[in-house]
Ligand binder design. Structure first.
Ligand code: BMA
Length: 376
């Protein structure tokens, strides 16, 4: 832990120097600006470790105040909290994973007040077909662009998103900064905004319209915009094929999941290393902050996965954060277990504690020391 403290003080010292990256929203709130500046200083030295839905539920428990699987195992909360607002576009009371939006609002405030960072994704329904985000009907994106048949439906969806994001406030009434990651895994073909049946120009127009609408029309100035592809990147050009432009993106990322047998950990590490190299190069050239948007190995069948597969690769690269996906536990509908962080008693729990101790990984306590929302 002494080493961790040394890294932290070095980090704090470096905050005094101006950052190369600039937030794209010229009217961003001071908390948002400060967070962005500090995240840009993080990448390369240490990174925040996040968990999706951390405070809502874990494996074999739901809605126990103060609980989190990460906390059970490490005695600390994650440094980053991921939340998902799919369902908000239908004025639903619960999101698509059954988290009540009212609870989510209060969890977001808790994480922020503790000094943690908030990131939000949106698996919104397909405005063209009215079916789920996974309904990749060809022409879906074209249909929602200005002047097209489903534009009004889409704008109504965005209004619901803006209402939610605009109501996230801290104790002093200040808007809570959010790393917003809409239309994610954009290089995949499984979502309505994906590569199946939508051109690159259509995707760019969708992203730009969304940012302009939230920022200019709805006057939201607490957003840090995240561009997010899937993994298996072929080249910088491949990563940037659907990139909407430097003035619309603050943070660049990809999602990566290991699947199959633990024997595949070596090849997963190799491909993660490769993807992070591409991401790092783009980040440098474009002056954007790199991060891993979603990550995990369902049920963690490799008990040394965190320290032996992830850690050596992450150490070599720059990123502001990584977000482990949700500990859904048993999903009755699909008849399967889903979790990405070990729970107490899981065979990978000791390894996760080792990963926690590494100087490069920042969880809640260390994140709070960094005073991410304040200027030094
Ligand atoms: C997926 C799974 C699903 C979930 C979706 C949106 O990766 O976790 O169970 O509905 O994310 O959160």
């Amino acid at each position: 832990m002494n080493l961790a403290r040394a890294v932290l003080s070095c980090l704090m010292a470096s905050f005094f120097f101006a950052s190369a990256q600039t937030l794209t929203d010229p009217l961003a709130t001071s908390e948002t600006l400060n967070l962005y500046a500090k995240l840009s200083k993080l990448s390369g030295k240490a990174y925040l470790v996040g968990h999706q839905d951390a405070l809502a539920y874990g494996v074999k428990w739901k809605y126990e105040p103060g609980r989190s699987d990460v906390k059970d195992v490490t005695d600390d909360y994650p440094g980053l909290y991921g939340w998902e607002i799919g369902g908000i576009e239908n004025a639903a009371a619960l999101n698509l994973d059954s988290v009540p939006f009212d609870e989510m609002r209060s969890f977001i405030k808790q994480g922020y007040e503790r000094g943690g960072v908030i990131t939000i994704s949106w698996h919104g329904d397909n405005p063209l077909t009215g079916k789920s985000a996974w309904d990749a009907a060809p022409g879906s994106v074209a249909a929602v662009l200005p002047g097209q048949t489903k534009h009004a439906v889409f704008v109504k969806q965005l209004d619901a998103v803006a209402d939610f994001l605009g109501r996230l406030k801290g104790d002093q009434g200040e808007p809570i900064p959010v790393l917003f990651r809409p239309f994610h895994e954009l290089t995949g073909g499984w979502f309505w905004w994906g590569t199946k049946g939508n051109t690159a120009e259509e995707y760019k127009a969708l992203f730009r319209f969304t940012v302009d609408y939230l920022r200019n029309k709805r006057q939201l100035h607490n957003l840090i915009m995240v561009y997010n592809t899937s993994n298996g990147l072929k080249s910088k050009d491949n990563f940037l094929e659907r990139y909407p432009g430097d003035e619309y993106v603050d943070l660049i990322s990809f999602d990566a999941y290991q699947r199959g047998e633990p024997e595949l950990s070596k090849s997963f590490a190799k491909s993660l290393d490769h993807d992070l190299s591409i991401l790092g190069k783009v980040a440098k050239e474009r002056k954007k902050i790199p991060a891993v948007g979603e990550l995990g190995y369902n049920q963690i069948p490799d008990t040394r996965w965190f320290s032996k597969t992830l850690h050596p690769v992450f150490k070599k690269h720059q990123m502001a954060y990584v977000l482990f996906w949700r500990n859904a536990g048993f999903k009755a509908k699909e008849n399967e277990m889903e979790y990405y962080v070990p729970y107490i008693g899981h065979p990978a729990a000791p390894d996760f504690r080792t990963y926690y101790q590494a100087p490069e990984t920042l969880f809640q306590k260390e994140a709070a020391h960094l005073k991410l929302y304040q200027k030094d």
